[in-house]
Design a protein around this ligand. Sequence first.
Ligand code: HPA
Ligand code: ZN
Length: 336
Amino acid sequence: MRDLETFIAGLPKAELHLHIEGSLEPELMFELARRNNVALPFGSVDEVRAAYAFSNLQDFLDIYYQGAAVLLTQQDFHDLAMAYFRRAAADGVRHAEIFFDPQTHTARGVPFAVVADGLLSAMAEAEADLGVTSKLILCFLRHLSEDEALATLDEATPYLDRLCGVGLDSSEIGHPPAKFARVFAAARERGLRLVCHAGEEGPPAYVWEALDVLAVDRIDHGNRSLEDEALVRRLVDLGMTLTVCPLSNLKLCVVNDLSAHPLKRMLDLGLTVTINSDDPAYFGGYVGENWLQTARALSLTEADLLTLARNSFTGSFLSPDEAAPHLAAIDALAAK
Ligand code: HPA
Ligand code: ZN
C-alpha cells in the first residue's frame, strides 16, 4: 500500500452523514456565545472538551443540544457551515450531504428561515470557493411527536426546492421509525429523498421498519443489522447504502474499540458501506481522521478504500452524471 495518509487524503470522497450542529467546535461555540451574549455552562474550551466523555447516545445528545444554544443568527449558521466545509475540503471531501435539526432551533425562537438561509449561503460559497458541492437534509427529532414533525415539514414548504431530503435523528430507543410513517410519506410525495438513523443503538427491527414502513433511500448507521442474517441479505439485495460513523460509534460506546468495529465485516458481507464523521467536533475527528483510524484499526486494503470511496458517490443523492467525474477520478487513482 502507498503511504496510507497521503492515499486517503487524495481519494475523492463524499460525506453522507454529518450533523452540521455537530461540527460546532468549542472555539466557535465560545466566539458565538460572546457575539450573542449567551451564557455557557463551561468556563473554557478545555472544560468543554473535558465534558465530551459519553457512555451512550443520550449522554451526547444532552450536551449537543446545549451547545447549539449559541446559534442564533443567519451569520452564525453560515459561519458554522463554512468552518465545516473548510475542514472537509482539506480532507478530500468533494461532496457533502449535511443534516440539520430545525426543531432544535425553532424551539428556541430561531426562525426556520434564519437557519436554512445561513446554511444555504454557506453551501453556495463552499461550491464557489472550495469546489465542494453539497445537499441539505432536514432531520426530524424522533423524541418529539409526529405532529411536530409534520408542522416542521410545513414550515419547510418555501424551501422544498432547496432541500434534498428528510431524515430522522436524536434518541433512537423507544422512538421507532414507524412513529413517523405519515410524515415520511408526506415528504416523499413532495419529492424529497428519505434517510433514517436506525440500528445505532436500536434493534434490527428498527432497520426493517425504516425499509418496509418508511421506504428509505439510505440507512444511517445500521450497525445492528448484523445481528439479523435475513436483514443483511435484504440490505445486500437492495444495494442499500449504510452511512457508518466509526469514531462516533467508539465515542458513544456502540463499539468498545475501533479494532472491534464491524465495518470490515460489513464490506466482506457485500453491504454498501461508507465512512462518515457524524458529529466531528464531539467525536474526535473529521472524515479524514475517521478513514485513517478505521483503515489502521481494521487493516483495510487499498481495494477496500477504493470501494468505500466509490460507495460514497454511488450512495449519494448526486445524479449518475454528477457522480461520474468523481468515480472516474477514483478509477484513475486505482489504475496508478
Ligand atoms: N444519532 C442520533 N441522533 C443524532 C446523532 C447520532 O449519532 N448525532 C446528532 N443527532
Ligand atoms: Zn448521526
